[in-house]
Design a binder for this molecule. Structure first.
Ligand code: CA
Length: 429
């Protein structure tokens, strides 16, 4: 990371938007960017502040003339491409506009209630790649298939990933249509085609690429932070029965590409600066990363508490709150840092582009309370979970709503949140 703490992180700074004070996600220290629509008008870029969105199209005259073109687009790609200096400058200006009482009169009419707006995907996603850096997840899943050798020999050398599908990435709230496909029941000789019976979620973080790199010119690990414009929550919906049958030899395909949901707000790299932490040390005996993956940053980790919750149809009918499935620390789950992921992705010269989405992979911690998928929680379906209604779940049923959240806390900093990534499972459309 290149940025430094400044007055925008000052915990004493407050906003004239009263709901921002003590807001669990969007105090004036956060200022995430997103794309919204409201009042039957087209998509616009806005910034979340408390329970509101500041419409940057309506507030354009208060912003640097140089930024106005990109900020008037219906997606953030062009703005994210500008790189860290412009992003930090916009954050400074937005913080000033939203904290200084003198701007209230002019900007109050550019506020839209979040409850009146619809959020969209922040970027036109050209490419989506999903990694597998959650070592406890990789171990838990590997153990179900290979009890003697849960991690394959390459895991501690290579940040493992695969190219996902960009066309089915959607913003939070998109219904999850239960996919159909081939699955082979263990007792059957041949596969059948039909609806997935083992629909699952994966608790992940996503990274939005800012400035890209030229084809053939790898991003160095020490500079990777300058290419990450921001972060989101990512749910890599997964059909485990389709996956088990199709994954060899080329990896995930139709078990994953029917939908990927993301939280709509881009939590900027600057907003997360107070919450950077050291990665947990590599266990004794693990190899050191090869030189191109050696990250000299003393605090490359994300000090975030990430959480998954479920709400069934019956829970909602009985007015019960969502039930927490897991919670844990993202940094503790990640064997490879965000910078190492980017450096590896581009190490062969592959070009990343503004608005590309990179998933971390499922982030499970070492504890039972921090497992990031039902596949792990139910031990492959062998140990169903009992909900407060008495209902049991090994995998997701129609009507279940899955909710992901993330929260950053640190001494001397105002806590910020990511908002939510939600989806309700429905039968075939
Ligand atoms: Ca995944």
């Amino acid at each position: 990371m290149t940025g430094a703490l400044d007055e925008t992180h000052d915990p004493r700074r407050t906003s004239w938007v009263e709901s921002a004070q003590g807001h669990s996600d969007f105090p004036v220290q956060n200022l995430p960017l997103g794309v919204f629509s409201a009042d039957g008008q087209g998509r616009r870029i806005g910034v979340a502040i408390g329970d509101f969105i500041l419409d940057l199209t309506q507030a354009a005259e208060f912003l640097d003339e140089e930024w106005r073109d990109e900020l008037a687009h219906p997606v953030l790609n062009a703005w994210l491409a500008r790189g860290p200096a412009a992003h930090t400058a916009l954050r400074g200006r937005l913080s000033e506009l939203l904290s200084d009482e003198r701007y209230r009169g002019d900007l109050e009419m550019a506020l839209i209630g979040q409850s009146e707006a619809r959020m969209h995907l922040p970027c036109l996603v050209g490419d989506y790649t999903d990694f597998y850096v959650g070592i406890h997840h990789a171990t838990n899943v590997g153990r179900q298939f290979r009890p003697d050798q849960p991690l394959l020999p390459n895991y501690k050398y290579v940040p493992i990933g695969y190219h996902g599908r960009a066309s089915s990435v959607r913003a939070s709230g998109e219904p999850v249509i239960r996919p159909s496909g081939q699955r082979k029941p263990p007792e059957a000789d041949e596969p059948v085609y039909g609806q997935s019976r083992r629909l699952d979620y994966e608790l992940e973080l996503g990274m939005w690429i800012g400035r890209g790199n030229r084809l053939g010119e790898p991003i160095q690990v020490g500079e990777a932070g300058e290419h990450i414009a921001g972060y989101c929550l990512l749910n890599d919906w997964s059909a485990r029965d389709l996956q088990a049958w199709e994954y060899q030899p080329l990896g995930p395909f139709l078990a994953k590409n029917f939908l990927t949901s993301v939280s709509p707000w881009v939590i900027t790299a600057d907003a997360l600066l107070p919450f950077r932490v050291a990665q947990p040390p590599r266990p004794e005996g693990d190899p050191q990363p090869l030189p191109y993956l050696r990250d000299g940053n003393p605090a490359p980790g994300l000090g975030l508490t990430i959480e998954a919750l479920i709400s069934t149809e019956r829970m909602r009918a009985e007015s019960l709150p969502p039930h927490r499935l897991s919670h844990g620390n993202a940094a503790a789950a990640m064997y490879w840092s965000a910078a190492q992921i980017l450096a590896h992705h581009s190490s062969n010269g592959c070009n990343l582009q503004p608005g590309d989405l990179i998933g971390t992979g499922t982030l499970s911690t070492a504890e039972d309370s921090g497992l990031g998928s039902l596949l792990e929680i139910s031990r492959g379906g062998k140990r169903p979970l009992t909900l407060p209604t008495g209902e049991e779940r090994s995998f997701l049923e129609d009507g279940d709503e899955l909710i992901l959240t993330a929260r950053a806390e640190a001494d001397g900093a105002v806590p910020i949140g990511f908002g939510e990534c939600r989806g309700v499972v429905v039968g075939t459309a």
